[in-house]
Design a protein around this ligand. Structure first.
Ligand code: 26V
Length: 799
């Protein structure tokens, strides 16, 4: 399956047809929004044939399908993505220009689909792209949140949040499926009838499907992202209305809809909120019911379910899938308990994305029983079967809690970590006991990123240079970038590589100037740290280093400093007090430092508001230095690290997550390593007063901490950061103080390296050339081979 050629003239006509017939607008009255919708609908039309063909092919081949269950899909914009995969990017631009429209402005009119918090959600989006590119039959299942991740703005440097409203406009890409809906039950109690359990639910909502086709590279295949919206079983209470109680009349609908109303913005702590549990069960149950209905409608025998269904759990959020599938097999399809558990386990696999204890999901058992009484009983059966089979001491139900990690693990045939280091730590730490109960169950699948979005589409100058250097077949075979390595010796190639980087830096500068009125020095090193704000990611260490550098430039202004722009981007969970203080401090420091005439030439701090996927697409290609500085052992993988390296930004980083593998690929000489290793981190925590000692041993750090604590950056409130600083000196769980000197020293190595332009560019080019392995196509091939056993159904690809 591939798409027939469409000329720009034909495509203009298609856009105009939608403008008239779908938007009901005349050209002379059309707004940017109208043009954007018309363009999107015209593109969407071209996705439908490959989409139907893929469905037909899967059906005819009786192919096994992958079901990727994820609370989050952090998609971003789709116009470019779809246009690029259809091979219509140039055509679309030409067609719109011919209509007198500014293509870039029309593309930028699309709101980000921000249905995720960060890495986990963005990974799910990259995986959807790769599943389609590889021709693996798959559905992504998630929630159609009315409000995505909150919007961030700064008031006097402090983060403020407002509701995100992407669905206030029509969503161009989805197909509403009112006929695809399932009842979802909550609460009530369980009765026994003739030895059979019967769940009498207390409350029921309806899950209603919305489908977005996801087309792969060159339209060879398209899968479906099916998102569930919560609706009421009784849309409107006419009795209340007739009594004149208009509020009560629409209460059922409003209540039901709260379930899919908003994305939880907290990826740091598991707060055990009832609504969150309901969200998890809501989308999981709908998805399991849906895949069973599809299987049965094709005449399948449920005992063979694992031959046709692979369910991947993106973290523990859909871990209730295990008990739900067991419940349906027992209660509705007459399975024996042990047969149901075995069958369900053969379908299920679980990906772990974090070792942070506070992010591991546990539900208070009484809450769980109240919301899901039948599942609580099923979990008791699962636990009993686990103990009978292994003699294990590990429990799912313990200390009045339901432990979702243990549940997901026990109900999965494979459990994977997301980088080599992380997977080893999963075996040694959180799941050490279960690892010995079930040897071989834990495997690794190192994360990846889609090169279509994260190189081809976000970085046109580099894309064109690669095309002219190694040809155009690399976007679905990224290891071909290796072919750039030989050119890294060629000064002419390096000049072009640098010219591409400079063009991207100019694009970023213009964008920031237009958006925020901020000017950047294009000759400065763009040093970028963009990710959620967390203590373990150590934005604070970056800021401390910035202040130390400021001190040193002031003291010695003529020492030939390498000019730097420190760029930060990212949101803090609204309830995460320390993260919000760190944001405030960065903004406060920016105000003082940017205003210092003595250092202005060499040092600038920029923190654009509301970092999101679209901002990443502008920042990453323009970056000179990638900051990946988490405490070793804490960042499960990272995926931003891969995006920067791919776009020619060397990393300054610790031996954490996928940094380890990136360094192995690009070579130690093209990576700025610093800091303690994971093993050293563990050892250091056992040293009494380790933070205080580290501060005492570093006059440079001690001075910076005194400045911050003394109010140098907060003259309006001199004690604003005393808690933050005292926290570092007294606890410093993430060893900012211990890694500071190593980090500062390595940054000075970076300064020197950057000053040698050609050597730096060579390093950057070798980063691009050597990270082809981090394509999410490679990752998904690994899942398909090791976990799902699903071949590609694109004939040219084989399995
Ligand atoms: C956790 C929680 C905890 C309970 C409340 C709601 C909530 C929502 C999201 C999360 C996810 C945290 C885990 C996560 O995002 N991990 C990141 O996954 C990336 C993809 O594997 C990986 O690259 C990052 O290193 C890892 O931090």
């Amino acid at each position: 399956m591939s798409i027939p050629y469409v000329s720009p003239q034909e495509f203009s006509a298609e856009i105009l047809r939608h403008l008239k017939h779908s938007l009901g607008k005349d050209e002379s009255h059309a707004s940017v929004y109208d043009w954007r919708m018309s363009l999107s609908l015209a593109l969407r039309d071209h996705v439908v044939d490959p989409w139907f063909a893929s469905t037909r092919r899967t059906y005819e081949a009786r192919g096994k399908r992958v079901y990727y269950l994820s609370m989050e899909f952090l998609i971003g914009r789709l116009i470019e993505d779809v246009a690029v995969n259809l091979g219509l990017d140039a055509v679309a631009e030409e067609a719109l220009s011919a209509l007198g429209q500014d293509y870039a402005a029309v593309v930028a009119n699309e709101p980000d689909a921000a249905l995720g918090n960060g890495g986990l959600g963005r990974l799910a989006a990259c995986f959807m792209d790769s599943l389609s590119t590889l021709g693996i039959p798959a559905y992504g299942y998630g929630i159609r949140y009315e409000h995505g991740l909150f919007e961030q703005h700064f008031e006097d440097g402090a983060q403020m949040e407002t509701a995100e409203t992407w669905l206030a406009q029509r969503h161009a890409w989805e197909f509403e499926r009112p006929e695809v809906s399932y009842p979802i039950n909550f609460g009530g109690h369980v009765e026994e009838h003739e030895g059979k359990a019967v769940w009498r639910a207390g409350e029921t909502v309806v899950a209603s499907a919305y489908d977005t086709p996801v087309v792969g590279w060159q339209a060879q295949w398209a899968n479906t992202l099916r998102l569930w919206a919560a609706k009421s079983t009784t849309a409107f209470d006419l009795d209340s209305f007739n009594r004149g109680d208009y509020m009560a009349a629409s209460a059922p609908e409003a209540l039901a809809r709260t379930i899919s109303r908003v994305l939880y913005p907290d990826d740091t702590t598991d707060t055990g909120k009832e609504l969150r549990l309901k969200q998890e069960y809501f989308f999981t149950s709908a998805s399991i019911q849906d895949l069973l209905r599809r299987f049965l409608s094709e005449g399948g025998d449920l005992r063979a379910l694992p031959d046709f269904v692979a369910i991947q759990l993106n973290d523990t959020h859909p871990a209730i899938a295990g008990p739900e599938l067991v419940r349906l097999l027992i209660d509705e399809h007459g399975f024996e308990v042990s047969q149901a558990i075995t069958t369900a386990r053969s379908c299920l696999a679980y990906t772990n994305h974090t070792l942070l204890p506070e992010a591991l999901e546990r539900w208070p058992e009484d809450l769980f029983i109240r919301v899901l009484p039948r599942h609580h009983r099923i979990i008791q059966l699962i636990e009993a079967a686990h103990i009978a089979a292994t003699g294990s001491d590990i429990r799912i139900l313990e200390h009045g809690e339901v432990k979702m990690g243990e549940l997901a693990f026990i109900m999965a045939h494979h459990v994977n970590g997301v980088s080599a280091l992380h997977s080893e730590l999963v075996k040694e730490t959180v799941f050490a006991d279960l690892h010995s109960d079930y040897p071989g169950r834990i495997i690794n699948q190192t994360n990846g990123i889609t090169p279509r979005r994260w190189l081809y589409s976000c970085n046109p100058p580099l894309r064109e240079l690669i095309n002219e250097t190694i040809g155009t077949t690399w976007p679905d075979d990224l290891q071909q970038l290796d072919g750039l390595s030989v050119h890294a010796k060629d000064p002419a190639f390096l000049d072009k590589f640098q010219a591409a980087k400079d063009a991207n830096k100019t694009r970023l500068s213009n964008w920031l100037q237009a958006r925020d009125g901020v000017s950047l020095n294009p000759d400065a090193m763009f040093d970028v740290q963009i990710k959620r704000i967390h203590e373990y990611k150590r934005q604070l260490m970056n800021l401390l280093e910035t202040v130390a550098l400021w001190n040193e430039i002031r003291e010695n202004p003529n020492a030939g400093w390498t000019p730097r722009v420190k760029i930060f981007g990212g949101k803090a969970a609204p309830g995460y007090v320390v993260a919000k203080q760190i944001i405030h401090l960065i903004n406060d420091a920016a105000k003082v430092i940017n205003a210092d005439p003595a250092t202005r030439e060499y040092l600038q701090i920029v923190y654009p508001e509301n970092y999101n996927v679209s901002m990443a697409e502008i920042l990453i290609p323009a970056t000179d230095l990638s900051e990946q500085i988490s405490t070793a052992g804490k960042e499960a993988s990272g995926t931003g690290n891969m995006k920067f390296a791919l776009n020619g930004a060397p990393t300054i980083g610790t031996l954490d997550g996928a940094n380890v593998e990136i360094r192995d690929c690009v070579g130690a000489e093209n990576f700025f390593l610093f800091g303690l290793t994971a093993a050293e981190v563990t050892a250091r925590r056992a040293v009494p007063e380790y933070a205080r000692r580290a501060v005492e041993a570093s006059p440079r750090l001690a001075r910076v901490l005194q400045q911050i604590e003394g109010g140098v950056f907060s003259s309006d409130d001199k004690t604003r950061y005393s808690g933050l600083v005292q926290g570092l000196i007294n606890h410093d769980y993430f060893l900012v103080t211990c890694d500071f000197d190593s980090y500062f020293g390595t940054q000075r190595d970076v300064d020197k390296a950057f000053a040698d332009k050609q050597a730096w560019t060579r390093m950057a080019a070798l980063n691009t050339a050597r990270v082809g392995w981090f394509s999410s196509d490679r990752t998904i091939s690994g899942y398909a081979r090791d976990i799902w056993k699903t071949p590609s159904l694109i004939s040219a690809r084989g399995s």
